[in-house]
Design a protein around this ligand. Structure first.
Ligand code: PAF
Length: 286
């Protein structure tokens, strides 16, 4: 079976309408392309759950800040297409920014409608250094949900804050679909898969490994009975490569997203760090 690549919204809508007439369940895997095994695990889960699977490939300009990597973000639609075909994806939706946001629109809230997630969820962790990022994510994801009308949408746990915000959006806006969180996929040495790993030099990759090592160390200490966040914070810092600049190491209750001083079940421990010029994130949920 060949995968169909559409770049027009109308083509996706027409196909989805046909599927609906035949009572098919629809799964959506939203991505920015440069697909790796982490995305493959989302696609696999979508294939297991749904009759029809749509993968969107769209490097969304409105979720990048002016000094971020929008222009150099890896793009390889042909390799994405091959992976999707191998995995039995039905449709790739790969629109242009103009198709998504309109001809000549300024990509700001002077010209287009934005979704604003709750301030408490976006004014922390990644949102602190990336103002506007989660508004851009929520906006494009809502648009994708409206275009594809999935029954299920699949997101990776690596972007734990994004996942939390999108689940909240689905609940707050009464969207008629279920979000399925999927576990982080790691290389055999522990590095969390990310399209941005391609930016790392060999030495930087070695340094980056200390991020997952720090999280594992914290988990081990927790299992030994240490639950104080401040102590665990210091332990994480002690494992991180000295050249790595941690942007944050945070302990959050993953029910409420509030900060927690005591680690317990369902605590998110999240790290963001710059390795050279590459900003990486990783986390564990206890
Ligand atoms: O996680 C991503 O790749 C992006 O933030 C998403 C959800 C596809 C929206 O552009």
């Amino acid at each position: 079976m060949t995968v169909t690549v559409f770049n027009k919204i109308i083509d996706v809508k027409n196909t989805v309408n046909e599927w609906r007439k035949n009572n098919k369940t629809i799964g959506l895997v939203p991505t920015m392309g440069a697909l790796h095994n982490g995305h493959a695990s989302l696609i696999k889960k979508a294939k297991e759950t749904c009759d029809k699977v749509v993968v969107s490939v769209f490097v969304n300009p409105i979720q990048f800040g002016p000094n971020e990597d929008y222009n150099k973000y890896p793009r390889d639609l042909e390799s994405d297409r091959r992976l999707c075909e191998e995995m039995g994806v039905d449709i790739i939706f790969a629109p242009t920014p103009t198709e998504m946001y309109g001809e000549g629109a300024k990509l700001s809230n002077t010209d287009i409608t934005f979704v604003c997630p709750p301030y408490n969820l976006i004014d922390c962790l990644c949102g602190k250094s990336r103002p506007g990022h989660f508004d851009g994510v929520a906006t494009v994801v809502l648009k994708l949900f409206n275009i594809v009308t999935p029954d299920y949408a699949f997101f990776g746990q690596k972007d734990a804050q994004q996942l939390f915000i999108l689940k909240k959006m689905v609940k707050d806006l009464n969207l008629n679909l279920t979000i399925i969180p999927c576990p982080i996929v790691r290389e055999s040495d522990g590095l969390a898969l990310s399209s941005r790993n391609t930016y790392l030099s060999k030495e930087e990759r070695e340094r980056a490994l200390t991020i997952s090592k720090a999280l594992n160390y914290v988990h081990t200490l927790y299992k030994k009975g240490i639950t104080d966040s401040a102590t665990l914070f210091d332990s994480a810092v002690s494992v991180l490569d000295k050249e790595i600049e941690p942007e944050y190491i945070e302990f959050r209750d993953y029910e409420t997203f509030n900060k927690t001083d005591t680690v317990k079940e369902n605590t998110l421990i999240a790290i963001a760090a710059k390795v050279g010029n590459t900003r990486l994130i990783d986390n564990i949920i206890i």
